[in-house]
Design a protein around this ligand. Sequence first.
Ligand code: ZN
Length: 137
Amino acid sequence: MNIDSIKNGIVIDHITAGNAMTIYGLLGFDKLECSIAIIKNVSSKKMGKKDIIKIDSNIDINLEALGYIDPGVTIDIIRDSVLVDKRSVDLPEKLHGVLKCKNPRCITSCEQELEQIFMLTDRDKKVYRCMYCEAKA
Ligand code: ZN
């Protein structure tokens, strides 16, 4: 893959420097078969340093997980080498299947098929609580 130009794919830009690998792991990019480029510590006028992830395929991005890890990122959608869409993410109100409740007495510990849902309870401090037992994430 040419690092500079993607024909059809996604560029995750303005990642806080150092967060690229966390995003890579939590969004399951290690399971993808397509080419992926992780570019770390790119100079940025706005941010000083930033990370960028380029994915050479139009995959579905888990925007909830992305917003949870790094609410400032932008997503560029590229089709036929043209930027067709630019999206920004925000801290999501709810997280579905992103975090796992660590409370051993939580109903999600015994009912494995229950979806893990966390709710944002404090936007400033970025606090999420389990919807079932209210344990902090
Ligand atoms: Zn819980």
